[in-house]
Structure formats: structure tokens, C-alpha cells
Design a binder for this molecule. Structure first.
Ligand SMILES: Cc1ncc(COP(=O)(O)O)c(C=O)c1O
Length: 440
């Protein structure tokens, strides 16, 4: 086993913590989301491998918060970006690539009649909510309770325990319903008649939709005059090239895409029905919606990256690859857990295209300390697996090396279950991102 040192990572973390609140610019990349013995800063990546600031190399299953679907430094995308960089990145008028990407998305995605581009997911989900409010003339928004994140803006963060700085008046406008509970959603419509502007959910995430659930949500939103928004930031370009809406055969009014769309470059899209999207346009006589408008919204090389990524995904049948590799990883993982007699406590669940690891203690409760230990032990084997984001660069070889690592990890896991996790875990367990106080 390689012995990894994180000396430079630790020094840089101290410096970064003095300069940057949370030490980084995305909470899920923060120190509290990783074991103490983990790479703190990544310098470079190639395919599905990354090198940290100490020169350690890791097999990467996180892939930039699920944004890198083809692989780090993927040549076809870099070439498209480089070509565009040489022509300029931002102009006084739009660049033709904006219309090219919009065309590509409308050709692919069932709900896409018009497209508005942006730089990140939070902007497009928030724009979708504003548009829905303007379209319906209503204020309330219903979000799916079990799904952790839709946006860093007030309308959503106000509904989490981390709601400091968000006025009560804003918080009150966000309602919650549960996934796979159509009766609960129906009840919300009964409690707030003609007042709910939008229902927003990921069409699928960790849990599979029960038969008819998404159709029921579609029916309820339609009959109540509410805009249905699918957040496809994760499910888009993973369940299906045309989104989970195509996979499940349910077409929302608006939907949002990002992450995998740009292979790590900053590209996101709000797409939807013309009748609604047009409110953000310049040719109608209704009240104008100030939809999405930012200096960098159409940054040419990021748009070029998205075009190249989508074309590559289509040509190389990347989604089929993701499902196949995911299935192999999931089968192998669960078989090894079974052989080790630990399958009650560790397993890989979810859809093969987006699997996740569940760590439970002897009481059958999800355990953050055990999860942290699992991450720590995988890192010792050179595998960085905070979550699983399968890319085109992950092959059978990476599945095999991960499974080989798992056998070693489970030896420690078993000891931890017998003797106490604190004896094996170095440093504190990972913590939930949405906690009210840091010390919780
Ligand atoms: C489902 C979902 N929606 C929205 C977002 C926000 O996207 P971004 O981080 O690009 O702002 C995320 C980010 O993790 C997400 O997972």
C-alpha cells in the first residue's frame, strides 16, 4: 500500500482558511466533508485520475461534483475550448455558439422549446422559479423535501436549517412535499389553493419514482395551474442524453441542466415551454421578466465546451457506458460486502448510472463516522470516493482496482464495528453541509 503524506495540503489549508470563508468556494469541497487524512487541494487531473498538491495520485470517483462526465482534460473538449479561446471569450453582442447550443438542447430535450444559458445551476433553478412566479402571478413554491440542494439563493436556502440572513417573509414562501408522496402534494394544493407558482424537484435522485408518481405530479401541477420544474442538474446527461424526463416519459414545463453538460466548464441552461420562457423575451406585450442576464452568461469557450461535450456524449454513447460501468461497480461492490458478511452495514444502492454508498451502524442507522472511515480507508488505497460520478474515462480497470481496495477497506470497517470506529478514524467525522452551527 502506498503511504500518502498530506503535508502541503495541510499547510495550504491553514492559509486558505485565513483568506477564504470555509477555505474554498463550494461547501461540498470543504474540509468538513472529507476525512482528516485526505488530499486537501488538487493540482491537476487526467481522465479519471487526479494529483494533489503533495504529488499523490488518486483514482477520482467525484469528478468535480459530478460535472466532469467525459474525463479531466478530455481532448475533444479542450480542442473546442482552445479553438474558441483563440477567437475571443466575450463580445459586445452574442456569439453564434449561443444559438448553436440552444439548438442542440431544443433538439435533444423534450421540454425544451426555448433555452436561456447561464454559468451555474443555482442561477437557472432560481430563474425558473422567478419565471414561474411571473407566469402564474403566485408567490409560493413547493420543493421536494428529501432532495438536498436546488440553489444557494434565498428561496431555497431559506428552507434549510442554514437560513441565517434570509428574511422570514421569504422563508414562508417555500413549502415542502415528499418524494413518492402524491397525497402530500395534493394536500399542499388543498392548503394553498391557487397560490403555488411552481413545484420543483429532481425527477429522480437516490430513490426510484414509484409507478405513476411523476405522472401524478404532472397531472396535479397541470390541474392546479402550477408550473412543473424538473431540476436535471444531476439526472440530465446521466439517466439519458435527453434527461430523466425522457427516461421516465414525463415532460415538465421548465427544466434546468448544468454539471455534466460542460464537462467541468461553467455552463448551465434553463429550458422550457415557449409560452413561459418567452416572458423573458423582448417581443411580447405582457410584463417583462428580467430572467437571466449576466456579463459572463454566454462566455464563448464554456458554450463551446458544452457543444463539444454533448456531441461527444452522443457520438460515443457515453450514457450507455456510464450505466454499464456503474452496474459492474455496483454488482462487484455488493458481492464483496456480501462475502465479507457486512452487507447489512455497507452497500451500494441507487441506479447504476448514479450509485451511492450507504454506511450503517449496528442499530441500522446511517453513520457519518463509519462513512468517514470508509472514505479514509479508500484514500489510503489511492481511491477518492466521496460520492460516485461515473465518467467515460472510468473503465473496467478502475472498477477492478476500486473493488480490490474495497476488500482492504472492509477489513478495517469490520474491526471498527467490533471495537469502535473512533479507534480507527483519524480526525472528526464528516458533517452535514446544512447544519445551523458549525459545532453541530
Ligand atoms: C440538484 C441540484 N440542483 C442545483 C444545484 C446547483 O448547481 P450549481 O452548483 O451549479 O449552482 C446542484 C449542485 O450541486 C444540484 O445538485
Amino acid at each position: 500500500m502506498t503511504f500518502f503524506l498530506f503535508t502541503r495540503s495541510k499547510l495550504l489549508a491553514e492559509k486558505a482558511a485565513c483568506l477564504i470563508p470555509a477555505g474554498c468556494h463550494t461547501y461540498s469541497k470543504g474540509d468538513d466533508q472529507f476525512p482528516f487524512l485526505a488530499p486537501g487541494f488538487i493540482v491537476k487531473g487526467s481522465g479519471c485520475y487526479v494529483t494533489d498538491v503533495d504529488g499523490n495520485e488518486f483514482l477520482d470517483w467525484g469528478m468535480g461534483l459530478r460535472s466532469v462526465i467525459l474525463g479531466h482534460c478530455y481532448p475533444a473538449v479542450l480542442e473546442a475550448v482552445y479553438r474558441q479561446l483563440q477567437m475571443g471569450v466575450n463580445f459586445t453582442r452574442p456569439s453564434p455558439v449561443e444559438a448553436e447550443l440552444a439548438q442542440l438542447l431544443t433538439d435533444l430535450i423534450p421540454s425544451a422549446e426555448m433555452v436561456k444559458l447561464a454559468k451555474n445551476g443555482s442561477d437557472v433553478t432560481s430563474a425558473a422559479v422567478r419565471l414561474a412566479r411571473a407566469y402564474t402571478g403566485r408567490d409560493y413554491v413547493a420543493v421536494c423535501r428529501e432532495q438536498p440542494f436546488f440553489s444557494f439563493y434565498d428561496w431555497f436556502i431559506g428552507s434549510t436549517p442554514c437560513n441565517a440572513g434570509i428574511p422570514e417573509a421569504v422563508r414562508e414562501l417555500t413549502l415542502k412535499f415528499s418524494y413518492n408522496d402524491p397525497a402530500g402534494l395534493e394536500e399542499l394544493f388543498r392548503l394553498y389553493p391557487d397560490r403555488i407558482a411552481a413545484v420543483i424537484l429532481e425527477p429522480v435522485s437516490t430513490e426510484a419514482p414509484q409507478a405513476g408518481f411523476l405522472q401524478k405530479v404532472r397531472g396535479l401541477t397541470r390541474s392546479n395551474g402550477t408550473v412543473l420544474i424538473f431540476d436535471e442538474m444531476i439526472s440530465g446527461f446521466r439517466w439519458h442524453l435527453s434527461g430523466a424526463q425522457e427516461y421516465f416519459g414525463v415532460v415538465p414545463d421548465l427544466s434546468t441542466f448544468g454539471k455534466a453538460m460542460g464537462n467541468g466548464f461553467s455552463a448551465a441552461a434553463l429550458v422550457g415551454k415557449r409560452e413561459i420562457m418567452e416572458l423573458g423575451g423582448l417581443t411580447h406585450n405582457r410584463e417583462k421578466v428580467f430572467l437571466l442576464s449576466s456579463t459572463h452568461g454566454g462566455e464563448t469557450h464554456a458554450v463551446a465546451a458544452a457543444i463539444a461535450t454533448i456531441n461527444e456524449m452522443r457520438e460515443k454513447k457515453v450514457i450507455d457506458h456510464v450505466w454499464r460501468i456503474g452496474q459492474k461497480l455496483q454488482n462487484g461492490f455488493n458481492q464483496i460486502c456480501e462475502e465479507s458478511g457486512l452487507s447489512e452495514y455497507v452497500r451500494m444502492s441507487g441506479y447504476p448510472c448514479s450509485p451511492f454508498i450507504v454506511c450503517m451502524d449496528r442499530r441500522g442507522e446511517v453513520s457519518l463516522p463509519l462513512r468517514t472511515l470508509l472514505l479514509q480507508e479508500f484514500i489510503k488505497c489511492g481511491v477518492l470516493i466521496p460520492y460516485i460520478s461515473i465518467s467515460f474515462s472510468h473503465t473496467e480497470e478502475e472498477v477492478d482496482s476500486t473493488l480490490e481496495a474495497l476488500r482492504k477497506v472492509l477489513v478495517v470497517y469490520r474491526k471498527a464495528m467490533d471495537k469502535g470506529v473512533e479507534r480507527f478514524l483519524v480526525g472528526p467525522p464528516v458533517k452535514p453541509v446544512f447544519r445551523k452551527y458549525n459545532w453541530l
